[in-house]
Design a protein around this ligand. Structure first.
Ligand SMILES: CC(C)(COP(=O)(O)OP(=O)(O)OC[C@H]1O[C@@H](n2cnc3c(N)ncnc32)[C@H](O)[C@@H]1OP(=O)(O)O)[C@@H](O)C(=O)NCCC(=O)NCCS
Length: 504
C-alpha cells in the first residue's frame, strides 16, 4: 500500500477518497447475556430477545482507552505492512476520557517514534458515540483539502462502554476500530451526501469526572436517536435527489437504493426498529403508495401518521417491523455480528457493523454497492451518509484484500473466554474503585489477553501510565488463523522492542 499515493498531490483533487484498510479490536473476554439475565434477576429473554444481545465484551483494569487504541493501530499497521512515515494525519474519536488535557492521539505517537515521523496532524474528538464519525470526516476532508500532503490519514475510534448496575448495564461493550483513509479507496465516501442533525438534549452524558459511568435517560435517548434518524434520512434523500436531478434523473430515493444499511448499534433491537423506521419514512413520503400488493400491503391505515407521534407507537412499530423483515435480512442483519456478540462499543459501534458486513459478504456481493451509514452520538449529534464499494472484486483486488483481512472476525469472536456474571460484576467494581487512582498497579491478569494486545502495567504517582504488549505468539486457534493470513517475523521483533521498553 505505501507508494500507491502520489509523492506530491498538489495539482488535482484526489479521487475516490475513503477507507483503504480497516482493523477491529475487542476484549478477549465476554459475559453471556442469558447468564447475565439470571444474575441480574431480569426476566428471561429481556436482554437476549428484548434488546437482541447475546454476549458483552468487557475489559479488566488491565485495559484502558490508550491501550485499546495502541493495540488496534499497531494491528492495522502490521497487518497491512505499513510504515509509520506514510501517515500524515491521525485522528481519535472517543468518549472514554481519562485525561482532561492530554489526548489519546499523543499517546499513540509513541508508536511513531522509531520512524522519526512527528509531522502528523489531528487530535481527539468527543461527542458520545459520534466522535469516531467526526474524526473520520476530518480525515476524509483533510485528504480532499489543500492541506493534504499526499500521505494517508489514520482514524481510530475506541471506547469502553460501562454502565452502573441497572437497566442500562447489559448495553455495554468495549473495543476499537482503526481505519486508513486515502484516495483510490475501496470504500469511497460519496461526495456531498451527508445528512446531519445536531440538537441539544440531556439523553446520555458524563458530568461526573471521577466516574466512568454516564447519566442516562434511556427512553429519551431512544427518542433522540429515532428523531435524528428521521431528520438525517430526510436531508440525505433531498441531497441525493438533487444530485440525481442535476444528472437528469427524476426519481425518489428509497431504502432499495442502499445495498446495505448500517446503524450505530446501542443494542441490536433498536437497529431492527430503525430499519423499519426508514421504511416508514419511505411510505409517508410516497405520494401514492401501493397498499394492495408489494411491500406496503395492508399499511393503508398508517397513511396519515406523523413521524414525531410514532417513536413509541406499538402499532406502527409492529406493522413496519413486519413489512421490513425481508429488507432487514438482506441489508442490515449481517452487520449486527459484532454488536450482538460484543455489545455497544460506542464510537466504533457503527464501524463494527461495517466490519461485520465486510467479513460476511464476498467481494462479488459487495462490489459496486452503496452502504448507508447512520451514526448517532447522544447529546446529540447524528449523520447519515453513504459509502460506495469499489467495483473490482477480482482476487488480489483491494476489495478482496479488505474482506480477506477481516475473514477471521467470527473466529476471533468465538475464541474469546466466557466469564461468569459474578466475575464480570467484580471487574466492574474494581474499575469503579480504582479508576483514576495514582500509584496503581492493575490487578487483572494479562495472561488471557489476545496476542499482540497492549495493556496497562502501572500508573505512577503523577498519573503517568505505562504500557506493555503481550506476545504475538500463541498456540491457540486465533493465532493459527492470524498466521495463515499474515507473516509474523517482523512483528515478533517489534514486540520484543516494545515489551522490553514499556511505553508510558
Ligand atoms: C435501552 C434501555 C432504555 C432499556 O432498558 P429498560 O427500560 O429496562 O428496558 P425495557 O423494559 O424497555 O425492555 C427492553 C425491551 O425488552 C423487552 N422485554 C422485556 N422483558 C422481556 C422478555 N422477558 N422477553 C422478551 N422481551 C422482553 C421489552 O418489551 C422492551 O422491548 P421494546 O423496546 O420493544 O419495548 C436501557 O438498556 C438503557 O438505558 N440503555 C443505555 C442507553 C441506550 O442504549 N440508548 C439507546 C439510544 S442511544
Amino acid at each position: 500500500m505505501p507508494g500507491s499515493l502520489p509523492a506530491t498531490a498538489e495539482t488535482s483533487w484526489p479521487k475516490d477518497v475513503g477507507i483503504v484498510a480497516l482493523e477491529i479490536y475487542f476484549p478477549s473476554q465476554y459475559v453471556d447475556q442469558v447468564e447475565l439475565e439470571k444474575f441480574d434477576g431480569a426476566s428471561a429473554g429481556k436482554y437476549t430477545i428484548g434488546l437482541g444481545q447475546s454476549k458483552m465484551g468487557f475489559c479488566s483494569d488491565r485495559e484502558d482507552i490508550n491501550s485499546l487504541c495502541l493495540t488496534v493501530v499497531q494491528h492495522l499497521m502490521e497487518r497491512n505492512n505499513l510504515t509509520y512515515d506514510c501517515i500524515g494525519r491521525l485522528e481519535v474519536g472517543t468518549e472514554t476520557i481519562i485525561d482532561k488535557s492530554k489526548s489519546v492521539k499523543t499517546v499513540l505517537m509513541q508508536l511513531f517514534e522509531d520512524s522519526g515521523n512527528t509531522d502528523v496532524e489531528g487530535i481527539d474528538t468527543t461527542n458520545a458515540c459520534y466522535g469516531g464519525t467526526a474524526a473520520l470526516f476530518n480525515a476524509v476532508n483533510w485528504v480532499e483539502s489543500s492541506s493534504w500532503d499526499g500521505r494517508y490519514a489514520l482514524v481510530v475510534a475506541g471506547d469502553i462502554a460501562v454502565y452502573a448496575t441497572g437497566s442500562a448495564r447489559p448495553t455495554g461493550g468495549a473495543g476499537a476500530i482503526a481505519m486508513l483513509v486515502g484516495p483510490n479507496a475501496t470504500l469511497v465516501f460519496e461526495r456531498g451526501l451527508r445528512g446531519t442533525h445536531m440538537q441539544h438534549a440531556y439523553d446520555f452524558y458524563k458530568p461526573d469526572m471521577v466516574s466512568e459511568y454516564p447519566v442516562v435517560d434511556g427512553k429519551l435517548s431512544i427518542q433522540c436517536y429515532l428523531s435524528a434518524l428521521d431528520r438525517c434520512y430526510s436531508t440525505y434523500r433531498k441531497k441525493i435527489c438533487a444530485q440525481w436531478q442535476n444528472e437528469g434523473m427524476d426519481k425518489h430515493f428509497t431504502l432499495n437504493d442502499f445495498g446495505y444499511m448500517i446503524f450505530h448499534s446501542p443494542y441490536c433491537k433498536l437497529v431492527q426498529k430503525s430499519l423499519a423506521r426508514l421504511l416508514l419514512n419511505d411510505f409517508i413520503s410516497d405520494s401514492n403508495p401501493n397498499t394492495e400488493s408489494g411491500i406496503y400491503t395492508g399499511l393503508d391505515s398508517f397513511r396519515d401518521v406523523k413521524l414525531e407521534d410514532t417513536y413509541f407507537d406499538r402499532d406502527v412499530e409492529k406493522a413496519f417491523l413486519k413489512a421490513s423483515a425481508e429488507i432487514f435480512d438482506e441489508k442490515t442483519k449481517a452487520s449486527l455480528l459484532v454488536s450482538r456478540e460484543n455489545g455497544n462499543m460506542y464510537t466504533p459501534s457503527v464501524y463494527g457493523c461495517l466490519a461485520s458486513v465486510l467479513a460476511q459478504y464476498s467481494p462479488q456481493e459487495l462490489a459496486g454497492q452503496r452502504i448507508g451509514v447512520f451514526s448517532y452520538g447522544s447529546g446529540f449529534a447524528a449523520t447519515l451518509y453513504s459509502i460506495k464499494v469499489s467495483q473490482d472484486a477480482m482476487p488480489g483486488s483491494s476489495l478482496d484484500k479488505l474482506t480477506s483481512g477481516l475473514s477471521d472476525l467470527k473466529a476471533r469472536l468465538d475464541s474469546r473466554k466466557n466469564v461468569s456474571p459474578g466475575v464480570f460484576a467484580d471487574n466492574m467494581k474494581l474499575r469503579e474503585e480504582t479508576h483514576h487512582l495514582a500509584n496503581y498497579i492493575p490487578q487483572g491478569s494479562a495472561d488471557d489477553l489476545f496476542p499482540g494486545t497492549w495493556y496497562l502495567v502501572r500508573v505512577d504517582e503523577k498519573h503517568r501510565r505505562y504500557y506493555a504488549r503481550t506476545s504475538l505468539m500463541s498456540d491457540g486457534p486465533l493465532q493459527a488463523a492470524l498466521e495463515s493470513v499474515h507473516s509474523s517475523t517482523a512483528n515478533e521483533v517489534l514486540w520484543v522492542m516494545c515489551y522490553t521498553n514499556p511505553i508510558t
